[in-house]
Design a protein around this ligand. Sequence first.
Ligand code: MG
Length: 444
Amino acid sequence: MNTFDRREMLQLLGAGSAAGLLGMLVPGSVRADVPPYTSGMPPIKIRSVKAIATAPEGANLVLVKVETTEPGLYGIGCATFTQRAEVVVTAINEYLPDFCVGKDVDNIEDLWQSCFVSSYWRNGPVLNNALSGLDQALWDIKGKRAGMPVYQLLGGKSRFAVDAYAHADGKTPEEVATNVQKYMDDGFRYIRIQQGGYGSLYLAQQPDFKAAGFGRDTDDFMDPVAYVQAVPKLFREVRKRCGEEIDLLHDTHERVQPQDMINMCKRIEEFNPYWIEDPLTPENMDWFPQLRANTSVPFAMGELFNNPNEFIPYMVQRSFDYIRCHVSQVGGITPAMKIARLGEFFNVKSGWHGPGDVSPVGHAAHCHIDLAIWNFGVQESVFFGDKTKEVFPGTPEIKKGYLYINEAPGLGVDVNEALAAKYPITNHAGRWTIRRRDGTIIRP
Ligand code: MG
């Protein structure tokens, strides 16, 4: 409040009453009857930061552990980039300690903003994964410090639990429909359907590149034409056998050309999909106006986005309907909440990326956001096995198609480091190569 404003207010209210009012309103003033919050919560500094890498069920998982100057107070965050896990471990162990140690654990936004630009070049995977893990660990600490689950710090619950989707696969449409029915019987209301995994690889015939000795024997083979023809038939069969009530999702995994995607989506419209996921590669995003203008199916997009700013133009243009991003990739809870809040203004809902190669800590982070935001859509879920649950006490649980977190302060998931060390990560850099019949690489 500047001097002029004070004088005006004094004139308006009279000196006696205004002085009391100003005592409450002027920033930095201290009321005698209200102790500053720091009297009960002395500043706590970051004492150490390190990576924890583990693969209890084969998928590489990377965590950040932040220890503080208060004995026993630490936070855990998910930094998983499963395909290049070892470089994320290096980014955490080699760069975060020097950046973080000695700083105040309370100032999450300041730590986020300063870490984001401290490498000067930014917005890439690896460093963003490390930042995501740091951010989630700081929220975990803040929750433990406050004695509250993180969702309370984000505004409290907007719903009692998190509606989740399950994954139904199968070699034939009939087999997929049978698996959809099983999940419906278990209480799921949302189910993602894939025939033969992403791109229906088993439908592809004549891998001529292999006969020609082009590429590796282990390279996958996809026929985009067979895939595009199969998806509408899959939807037709599942709708016929499972009815209109169930919400059906499908992931195209950015694997076909934009015009083929438009034509495929037009044929799916009559089956009322809940969403079609990642219809375009990052290189083809300028096709969204044509895609949107030519089909009414809802889209989920953004799994390959690195930078929170990437969402802005597509939300403004209402190009897609669901935010599909990897919270352990875009920088953690802090930017994910900003993206979610931005989406509220454009009627874009959440649909965070939540496969088995996000750790239970990352899944818990999704759930805390999902509980708090108004514009929640649906949450991808996985059934973690016993090994993972042993390594990560407090892993979220699924009941009747809902994800539940525990009510412990923080994110509610711990990591048993001794057990985690028994499942070392591995290097899968040679995988995920998909080719057309003549050997051309298919993205991604
Ligand atoms: Mg996907």
